[in-house]
Design a protein around this ligand. Structure first.
Ligand SMILES: [Zn+2]
Length: 370
């Protein structure tokens, strides 16, 4: 077991998904000066660069992704959605719908993004690696079965969960989503499915604007198997660790998954332009260690982390470095130069109004596994 490395998925084409023609997240135009889309390659490319510069990527098991097939994608998406995206892309549409930009080749790259997770799962299943980090792009967690949304074309994590079940034989999957935005797509896809536990920690009503409430717990056979922890803006280390320790991890302990996924966004980071939370690299590392401890107790350490949002190109690389160091049990000699600035922000400790929100979320745990 000790010989097993952490797998690392990367492909240059992930950086070629072209979101130009937008400013922040809207199409540029006569009243909006052209600038950059916030979901551009910079933050993710700089993650790869720091992993290389630190020497960490050389100590990981490199995984070359394959493209998800139509069959792979339609385990989580309707065939209409997959076909629509392909046709729109061929016709030169700039958007797949609901603020999900398309550039030339984006359909193919989105297939490669989802496929990166599948390739990582193959390596976990075969025993080649103990766990994996997929540095993929475009992200996935807002995409629903029949629609793209919020920079996401296909729901990479959902496609991977279905593949893990249908092809690799894993029965129960737990997905923790700590991207700062609500994992609405993952929630919707597994809404009535008790075999996939979805837990989203997000900033209360950040995006989508009317989504991610505590009382949204799944329906039908899946009732009780979707948890939301909408944290107030201004949440830091104390709130996030409490949400994990009091809601997400106890829920997963009860669920007893065969595999744990983390939809690993970094936009709850202290300097992110798209949200108002305050996490530091060390907190991302602590969160990873907690989930890893749970995974080692419940499912022999089988974990797949995949990159979602995170838009502050200067700091995101240090967050990802800490997460992957923790995952791989390797510390590089790189210190996060922004750590002190993030930790010094007021309100990093758990605040009473955050506790009140987390208290409410804990009442939904009891239904799991009973
Ligand atoms: Zn996000």
């Amino acid at each position: 077991m000790s010989e097993q490395k952490t797998g690392f998925v990367w492909h240059e084409l992930y950086m070629w998904h072209n979101t130009d023609g937008h400013t922040l997240f809207l199409p540029s135009g006569i009243a909006l000066e052209p600038y950059r889309h916030v979901e551009n390659p910079d933050a993710k490319r700089r993650v790869k660069n720091l992993l290389d510069a630190s020497g960490l990527s050389a100590q990981l098991k490199s995984i070359v992704p394959r493209k998800a097939s139509f069959e792979d994608l339609t385990r989580a998406h309707t065939s209409k959605h997959v076909t629509d995206v392909k046709v729109k892309n061929e016709q030169g549409a700039r958007d797949a719908g609901n603020l999900a930009p398309l550039g030339q080749g984006s359909y193919e790259i989105a297939c490669l993004s989802a496929g990166g997770l599948l390739t990582a799962l193959d390596a976990i299943k075969s025993g080649d690696i103990k766990n994996a980090y997929a540095l993929v792009r475009p992200p996935g967690h807002h995409a629903e079965a029949d629609l793209s949304m919020g920079f996401c074309i296909f729901n990479n994590g959902a496609v991977a969960a279905r593949y893990a079940q249908s092809v690799l034989g894993y029965k129960k999957i737990a997905i923790i989503d700590w991207d700062v935005h609500h994992g609405n797509g993952t929630q919707a896809i597994f809404w009535d499915d008790p075999s996939v536990l979805t837990v989203s920690l997000h900033q209360d009503r950040c995006f989508p604007p009317d989504s991610g409430y505590i009382q949204d717990n799944g329906g039908g056979a899946g009732a009780g198997f979707n948890l939301n922890v909408p944290l107030p803006p201004g949440s830091g280390r104390g709130a996030y660790l409490s949400a994990l320790e009091r809601v997400a991890l106890p829920a997963i302990e009860r669920f007893k998954p065969d595999l744990i996924f983390v939809a690993c966004g970094y936009d709850a980071g202290a300097f992110d332009p798209m949200a108002r939370q305050m996490l530091s690299s060390d907190t991302f590392g602590e969160m990873t260690a907690l989930v890893k401890g749970t995974a080692s107790r419940l499912c022999e350490g089988r974990m797949l982390l995949y990159h979602e949002g995170g838009y502050h190109a200067e700091t995101v690389p240090y967050f990802a470095l800490r997460v992957i160091e923790e995952l791989a049990d390797i510390r590089t000699n790189i210190e996060d130069p922004f750590l002190m600035a993030a930790e010094a922000l007021g309100g990093q400790d758990l605040q009473p109004h955050q506790t009140a929100m987390i208290d409410q979320a804990t009442i939904n745990i009891d239904a799991i596994g009973t």
